[in-house]
Ligand binder design. Sequence first.
Ligand code: IMP
Length: 415
Amino acid sequence: MKADLIVGLQWGDEGKGKMVDLLAQKYDFVVRYQGGHNAGHTIVIDGDKYALHLMPSGVLNPKAKNIIGNGVVVFPEQIIKEIKQFDNMQDRLFISSKAHLILDYHIEIDKAKEAAKGDKAIGTTGRGIGPCYSDKISRNGLRVGELKDPQKLMRKIEEHYIANKDLFKTLGLDAPNYEAIRAKIEHFKSELEGYITDTTALIYKTIEEDKKMLLEGAQGTLLDIDHGTYPYVTSSSTVAAGACIGTGLSPKDIGTVTGIIKAYCTRVGNGPFPTEDFGADGDRLAEKGHEFGTTTGRKRRCGWFDAVAGKFAARINGCDDLAVMKLDVLDGLKEIKICVAYEIDGKTVTDFPDELGLVKPVYETLPGWEKSEGARKWEELPKNAQQYLLKIEKLVGVKVSMVSTSPDRNDTIVL
Ligand code: IMP
């Protein structure tokens, strides 16, 4: 049995949480493979809201088991908090011993470095993601499995502080309180030890036993460390290929890849965003779409659907189908713009360029519609909404298989 995958095709916040939650009903396992508590999924079920950051979204299906793969960076305090929201997680959550630990100093470094960058700041979530992945890549990281031996882990932490004394000083960070850190590590061990395991072996077993597995991407393709709008990106491989690295699966183990794409575009933090709308339409999208970060509460920048970026993202991930999210947020607009190409140096291009900050969007304008909200069948959609979706399908080059028309799990059209 191959593992299916869902991946965001924009700058994150596409609505992956709702889709994973919906799809998780059909899967035995849901797996996170990259990122950390910079992610934020809001899931609404019968009016009740759940905000998840680290926990795979399968948690709301009592039958699904949840895996935090080796590619994830884990802030122990956060996962402990999320575990406590649910009953009986013992047999339902497995954390890779090879995932990396985010400790307080990663968070402090993240914030201090951002502050030092001034107007060149990336606009990170301040969750220590970049510093933790930097330590991993420079082979100075601390892995979740090391929590099993707090004494040894403490020695490594002390060595790390000593080796990086100058950096901590330059960034104006306090000297470490080893006693406080030791107490935390002991606490993390006692709370998490029962969940830590070799998830790669578990995943192989799952595949061999023909269990159904869903791989859940966090953030989005345009925030990928290699393929995104560097340096305004996150520090992990957010694209589908990242799922192999972040779990131990081979490319041959991946089945259907579903791209999650919002009916318009948003971005949090800094960096180029060609279709950003600075006027009343942008404000309207932010307000109607509740475009405020689940993790940081920051207002998201909003704009029109960018089909050039969408096509690029669909190609990189090898998408088989698309789930178009938040169509209802466009309800009531007289006209809707869609970016079909970019203009750069007087030339029109339809490839996604490195110099995204220099492009101007080329728009087509489509007629709006009154109400799509709550539609559960294609026939219930206004004609113009159908035309808009068909246009997205044509420009991105991938069939639309699902459309979301409200935050509720049930307001979804499956085609
Ligand atoms: P970091 O991942 O906290 O290092 O932030 C790097 C960039 O990715 C910033 O622009 C963040 O706003 C953005 N980012 C990180 N996680 C998410 C997410 O889950 N949704 C949207 N943007 C994100």
